[in-house]
Write a protein that binds this ligand. Structure first.
Ligand code: UGY
Ligand code: MN
Length: 248
């Protein structure tokens, strides 16, 4: 039997590892008949929110984006997404970007469908339009090697234009693949593992990580990862980008 006083989850001032064993469900107004786990939010010190939503046959997720844009990715299963006058059935690996000020609904799910959401307050840039609604599919996004290492592949899911102030990418590491150096950077991350396992170094602490786990990394949290096991390790991650770096 598992010892119930143990968990792999940790919450520190500049990073967190959230494993599913500690989930407690939230009720979110407008998101009906579903299970919501709020994994990262500003109460932690983060500047993003990340949730995991598990759907039943009768789930209905509805709302209107306000100051925050919303990115929704189907981790498994299928459901219908209606945003900005367009309605699509989304299946595993498909996603929709919902800019500020848009109504959205997600319904008609296969029971057990899981949606990952990233939320960020949108910072408009003078001279650039607010991005449009965007439907996409990770399966049709190329994954070039990362910094010349064939063991690492990076898929960039959102357009690389200054209209966007967030990036969402999928990072794939073959077993034994690792970040080429310890990253030390201003950008913040939220992420969830879609597959595989490995060891993450966060601010000089070392954590075993596997499919289903999530991580928050504050700006300047030092980070490095190596994949272990028999299959590639894959994570979906958020990063804030493209805006002036200081208020000074
Ligand atoms: O985009 C990134 O900063 C990425 N290389 N970081 C990470 O995977 N921890
Ligand atoms: Mn990074």
């Amino acid at each position: 039997m598992e010892i119930s006083a143990l968990t792999r989850s940790v919450v520190k001032h500049n990073h967190a590892v959230i494993s599913p064993d500690g989930y407690i469900n939230s009720r979110v107004p407008g998101w009906e008949n579903c299970t919501v786990n709020v994994i990262i939010n500003e109460q932690m010190g983060a500047n993003l929110c990340q949730t995991l939503v598990t759907l039943n046959w009768n789930s209905l997720i509805g709302g209107t984006t306000k100051a925050s844009q919303l990115f929704v990715y189907v981790i498994c299963g299928r459901c219908r997404a209606a945003v900005g006058g367009r309605s699509e059935m989304l299946t595993t690996g498909q996603f929709v970007y919902i800019p500020i000020g848009k109504d959205y609904t997600f319904d008609k799910p296969e029971p057990g469908t899981q949606l990952l959401t990233f939320h960020k307050v949108y910072e408009k840039l003078d001279g650039y339009d607010v991005p449009p609604v965007l439907f996409g599919d990770a399966a049709s996004v190329e994954g070039p090697t990362y910094l010349g290492d064939p063991a690492l592949r990076l898929q960039v899911l959102l357009p690389d234009t200054l209209s966007f102030d967030m990036a969402v990418n999928i990072f794939t590491y073959d077993p034994g693949g690792h970040l080429p150096f310890v990253e030390t950077h201003i950008m913040e991350h939220g992420l969830i593992y879609l597959q595989g396992q490995g060891v993450y170094m966060l601010d000089k602490d070392w954590y075993p990580i596997k499919k289903g786990d999530s991580i928050w990394m504050a700006p300047y949290c030092q980070q490095w990862f190596t994949a272990m096991g028999k299959e590639p390790a894959v994570y979906l991650y958020y990063k804030n980008v493209n805006r002036f770096p200081t208020t000074i």
